[in-house]
Ligand binder design. Structure first.
Ligand code: FAD
Length: 373
């Protein structure tokens, strides 16, 4: 495929939950889709996705993540999710639904196409060039929906490179069986850390380490809670700060499973250690935590599992210089304040399956104001 010079009204980057929702609303608004090969045509929209098949980040979730562990997965707009077996792998069940969705709405997803850079080629109000490994698209607007999966976050700690055991991020976790016979330190205070600790503790010994003491809240995640999260993250992105993790804003819901983990001592967090040494981790005198769970000065470990989250994958937008002093991008909902030709969906307050669907609708509404169609 060579689409060099293809010109469209909108390029959507990414075909996960956010990108597909945007594509759905663009289609509903009457914007024609541009199929691969329609190079000579002008106008319309395409979705460029670097994955080999549908499913967004769900394709890559670890095998032990079952449908029942994926909580509150919201359906894509306009098509109900078929009943899923709670025991089925999320990495199989959700991509199947996404594939059916792309087919049902005949969405113009072109894959695998990796976007390397987006550049301004036409001054304010002019065109953007979307550079890919399959040529260049010229467009009047870009909706970025590239998610976070490709940017796992590893905090940097002294001694990191000296560790003789295995270090990995949740991004690369496969199965707890890989750790048999080794002591595993899980670092991170989010849902992934907690879910993985409970699995790994069935196979081997574990220690949980968090920067902030996790707060378990005895209520289920409801609409009011969801609204509070969105409002808190929205306030950060409006101020140009990097979006925070949902758990950082809300705490963890205390499910029966998590309560059992607390009761049996698996979910007993220690504070963050100060250093990594070849055979484990070390706390400094000032990190010593208060009771009830005092940290040892040195803990021998064979595995460090970093469940420290992900960051927005936006490197390809760097040529547009959108980041401000606070480290984030100043947003008004899904719209980049500095350049209304750009919408970010799945970023900040829309970084959830429900948020992605809502964000898709908002982005298309904004684009219709910018380029009437
Ligand atoms: P993604 O699904 O990551 O899709 C992005 C797409 O863009 C991918 O197809 C990728 O290949 C493509 N792409 C990326 N970069 C480029 C590029 N440069 N060029 C071209 N294509 C590119 N949310 C929930 O609401 N409920 C849950 O239960 C839940 N569980 C989660 C569990 C884990 C372990 C994690 C990490 C997240 C979870 N989330 C959950 C958050 C969830 O991932 C998001 O809500 C949602 O799935 C993200 O959708 P997205 O479309 O923004 O990103």
């Amino acid at each position: 495929m060579d689409s060099h010079g293809a010109r469209v009204d909108v390029v959507v980057i990414g075909a996960g939950q956010a990108g597909l929702a945007v594509a759905h609303y663009l289609r509903r608004a009457g914007l024609p889709s541009r199929e691969p090969g329609s190079v000579a045509t002008r106008g319309g929209f395409v979705v460029l996705d670097d994955a080999p098949a549908p499913g967004g980040a769900w394709r890559y979730r670890w095998d032990s993540l079952r449908v029942q562990d994926a909580h509150g997965v919201h359906e894509l707009p306009g098509m109900s999710m078929p009943p899923l077996e709670p025991d089925e792998r999320a990495s199989v069940a959700l991509p199947r639904y996404f594939a059916a969705y792309e087919r049902a709405f005949e969405l113009p997803v072109i894959r695998p196409v990796r976007v390397g850079a987006v550049r301004d080629v036409g001054g304010p109000g002019g065109l953007l060039a979307v550079e890919t490994d399959h040529g260049e698209w010229l467009t009047r607007a870009v909706v970025n929906a590239t998610g976070t999966w490709q940017k796992p976050f590893w905090p940097s700690l002294p001694g990191c490179e000296t560790f003789a055991g295995r270090q990995l991020h949740t991004h690369d976790f496969q199965t707890a069986g890989d750790f048999r016979g080794r002591h595993v330190v899980v670092i991170g205070g989010g849902t992934s850390a907690v879910q993985l600790l409970l699995q790994i503790a069935e196979i081997t010994t574990t220690t949980w380490v968090t920067r902030r003491r996790p707060e378990f809240l005895a209520r289920s995640f409801d609409e009011e809670w969801g609204r509070a999260v969105v409002a808190a993250v929205d306030a950060r992105t409006r101020a140009g700060l990097p979006p925070e993790s949902v758990v950082g804003v809300t705490g963890l819901p205390l499910t029966e499973e998590f309560q059992r983990g607390i009761d049996c001592g698996v979910l007993a967090p220690l504070p963050m250690f100060a250093r990594i040494v070849p055979d484990g981790v070390v706390w400094g005198p000032r990190d010593a935590p208060p009771a009830p769970a005092p940290a040892p000065a040195h803990l021998a470990a064979g595995v460090l599992l970093w469940a420290t989250g992900f960051r927005a994958g936006l490197n390809h937008l760097a040529p547009l210089h959108l980041r401000v002093h606070g480290g984030g991008i100043v947003m008004d909902g899904t719209q980049v304040v500095a350049d209304p030709r750009l919408q970010l969906v799945g970023y900040g307050p829309s970084a959830s399956t429900i948020g992605a669907s809502r964000g898709g609708r908002e982005a298309v509404r904004n684009l219709r104001r910018l380029l009437p169609f």
